[in-house]
Design a protein around this ligand. Structure first.
Ligand code: UDP
Ligand code: MG
Length: 319
């Protein structure tokens, strides 16, 4: 029997890219000798994306859609697709053609050689992102690597192949906040990376704003590390111990008759400084507490409004 590939594509306002992507993927996969299916996850698009996918599904019986009830974010859309896919391998990729389909044969080759995860990472010289974006991305990967127990390549992307056994593990993970790139590294297995140069977006704009990205970055770090909590404790300890050094100074200046009032300004400065430090530490602790709160509510990662995948028996399934 032929092995089956499930290609999972999260799509948010990608109406002009769908048909083009399907055509490109057909071209790349036709000659590989695998069965394959495309599972588009419509992540609450405001444009005609869903209809475009349905149109493709009418033309090609191996095109499927999962319509989420609103915009949940890319990682959640990916989770929705992965939970429903049953291929021998799963490939996740963007809808905007930034992930070059011509890498697919190489990915499949590694898979046949026995690798469980074939991931891709952007090569440094990427002509399509600004200098600021490059710097921000570099800082993010440096930060998350320094502070957590996983190591992510600079520019690691969501274009990857996952063997079924990896997918079965990923399906088990029940976390409120999902950072897929981290999770895929964390599960282990036999992994190999392929560098690539991303193409320009086929049409449309990248949909992540600066604040959305910053939130994502902080969230990802917090999802993979409690070390910021230890940093908070360390900072608190360091500054309170240093503050103790002030006591001998007060005694000495008293006995030698220095004018203590002259220390007023530095005193206020110190008080303000430690006030700020305490707020910072409380903030870090509070953020983790908030995450625990959200996790304990056990909300679903996503809600499906409709799908043409046979596995989903009725509409609006809660997963
Ligand atoms: N995407 C999504 N939900 C979102 C934002 C993006 O499903 O809330 C999809 C989008 O349609 C695309 C992929 O995620 O297929 C990558 O998005 P984008 O091109 O905006 O990001 P970038 O290329 O900058 O990583
Ligand atoms: Mg993109």
């Amino acid at each position: 029997m032929k092995k089956k590939l499930s290609i999972i594509i999260p799509a948010f306002n990608e109406e002009k890219n769908i048909s083009h992507l399907v055509a490109e993927l057909n071209k790349a996969l036709n000659s590989t000798g695998y069965d394959y299916e495309y599972i588009f996850v419509n992540d609450g698009s405001k444009d005609n994306t869903l209809n475009e996918i349905k149109l493709q599904a009418e033309i090609q019986p191996n095109v499927f859609y999962i319509e989420l009830s609103k915009n949940f974010g890319k990682d959640y859309a990916l989770k929705a697709g992965i939970d429903m896919a049953n291929g021998d391998a799963i490939i996740t990729m963007d809808a905007d053609l930034q992930h070059p389909p011509h890498l697919l044969p190489q990915m499949l080759k590694y898979w046949e050689e026995g690798y469980d995860i074939v991931y891709t990472y952007r090569e440094d010289a990427n002509p399509h992102v600004s200098g600021f974006q490059k710097l921000a991305s570099k800082l993010f990967y440096k930060g998350i690597n320094a502070i957590s127990d996983i190591t992510l390549e600079n520019g690691i992307s969501d274009f990857r192949l996952l063997d079924q056994k990896v997918v079965n593990e990923l399906k088990q993970i029940d976390e409120y906040e999902i950072f897929f790139r981290g999770m895929v590294k964390w599960v282990g297995f036999l992994q190999i990376g392929i560098p690539y140069t991303p193409a320009a977006r086929h049409t449309g704009e990248a949909s992540y704003s600066f604040f959305k990205l910053a939130k994502l970055a902080i969230g990802s770090i917090m999802a993979f590390s409690v070390r910021p909590l230890y940093i908070a404790t360390g900072l608190g300890l360091f500054f309170s111990l240093s503050a103790l050094l002030y006591i001998p100074y007060i005694f000495i200046s008293y006995f030698y008759g220095y004018d203590n009032l002259s220390g007023w300004a530095s005193l206020i400065a110190t008080v303000a400084f430690f006030g700020g430090l305490q707020l910072l530490v409380l903030g870090i602790i509070g953020s983790y507490l908030g995450k625990i709160f959200l996790q304990t509510k056990h909300r679903p990662n996503y809600i499906i409004r409709s799908t043409n995948l046979l596995k989903a028996k009725n509409d609006s399934v809660r997963v």
